[in-house]
Structure formats: C-alpha cells, structure tokens
Design a binder for this molecule. Structure first.
Ligand SMILES: [Ca+2]
Ligand SMILES: [Ca+2]
Length: 210
C-alpha cells in the first residue's frame, strides 16, 4: 500500500491508491471501496458503507490501483473510505477478508501566523531566526531562504502529526556556513500534507542587519 491518504488531483503526488496483495492460493477475488456510510444515514438506515468502486479478478496475486473515481468515473468527495478484498477459492470456500481505510484529501495545508522571531546578529541575547507558522493540518514543512531568486540555505524538513505551530531555525548562515550579508531575504515555505497536497508561500521576508 503506497499511502493511507490519496489526493486525486492530477498533480503527480499520491493521485492513486496502489495496493499489492498475495493470496495463499488461487481464488476469485473482489476489491471494493466503500464510503463511510453517510448515504445510508440519509435514508434513516443503519450507517453501513455504500460501495463507490469495485473490481473483480482471479488468481493469487493482485496489483490494484484506485484513482479516486466512482463507478461512473466521477471523483469521489473528500473523506474516509474503507477498502476490502474478499476472495473465495476454486471450490467456493471464502477466505478471510482483508480491509483497511483510505483517506481522500484534496485540501492543501494553509499556513497562518507566519513570522520570524529572534536574530543571530544582535549583540545582546543573539538567537537564531525562528521562522514560525501555524499549519491547518498535519504535514511536513521545508524552507528555502532565497536572495534575488538564488538559494541561500535550505531548512527542514520538520514534520507534525497534527495541526498547529512549527518552527524552523536559521542561524543566518548560508550553505557554506558563512554569515550572510545584510539585506532582505525571502523565506519560501513549502508544506506537504499527508496526502501529498503542496502549499508554497513566499510572503515572509527577513531583514538581516549586522
Ligand atoms: Ca495528488
Ligand atoms: Ca489535506
């Protein structure tokens, strides 16, 4: 299984669920994706999943992909889905089903409250620049410090498993370990959520004075 989350939006990052499975013997199998049961609740029924996608085949090895579309070829809504493999062998004996969940998520991280604290070049109480931002969801953040479009320094990645603040520290030095010259430096934040949705933010600049 390539991921617990997919983002079927054609950006080349986790657009599909990929699943490899091996059965103990040759069988007729079916692979089903079910929604989390909202459709059942609408009709006042028990909350049972409704199938949105299925495929069938036979053999002992399967290599499955799901691109986030339903049986009509339409992209499903963001949410949590259950996948399940059921199989029965050549004499019709059912085998133990295998299942798991897959999250469909096309919403990228939103950065808020972006700022830089600290200053490694001040004479009293020098401290690294602390680039701070708050994430709307779990993910990984990398920073590039850029001057006139040229890369000065890479920072991170830092990962969080929930929404909330992250900090990346910059000591005011370039890739070669030299203190940077005075001037304005752009901070390019790149955030990837667990489903591979990318956010790029170039709003913050740091003014270096020495
Ligand atoms: Ca994607
Ligand atoms: Ca997301």
């Amino acid at each position: 299984m390539n991921s617990e989350f997919i983002s079927p939006n054609g950006d080349g990052r986790l657009d599909e669920l990929e699943l490899e499975a091996k059965l103990s013997k040759a069988a007729q199998w079916s692979f089903v994706i079910e929604s989390d049961g909202d459709a059942g609740e609408m009709f006042g029924l028990l909350s049972v999943g409704s199938p949105v996608f299925s495929m069938e085949g036979e053999g002992s090895e399967m290599s499955l992909t799901w691109d986030g579309t339903d049986t009509n070829g339409l992209l499903v809504a963001d949410g949590t889905y259950t996948w399940r493999i059921t199989a029965s062998d050549t004499v019709g004996m059912s085998m133990e089903p295998v299942e798991g969940t897959i999250g469909v998520d096309r919403v990228a991280i939103v950065f808020s409250d972006i700022r830089a604290l600290g200053n490694p070049f001040r004479h009293r109480h020098p401290a690294p620049f602390a680039i701070r931002t708050s994430l709307s969801e779990a993910g990984t953040v990398k920073v590039r410090i850029v001057k006139r479009r040229r890369l000065v320094r890479r920072l991170g990645p830092v990962a969080t498993d929930a929404a909330g603040p992250v900090y990346l520290r910059w000591d005011g030095r370039n890739r070669n370990g030299k203190k940077v010259r005075p001037g304005r430096y752009r901070v390019v934040l790149r955030g990837l959520d667990l489903a591979g949705n990318l956010t790029v933010n170039r709003a913050l600049r740091i003014r270096v004075k020495r």
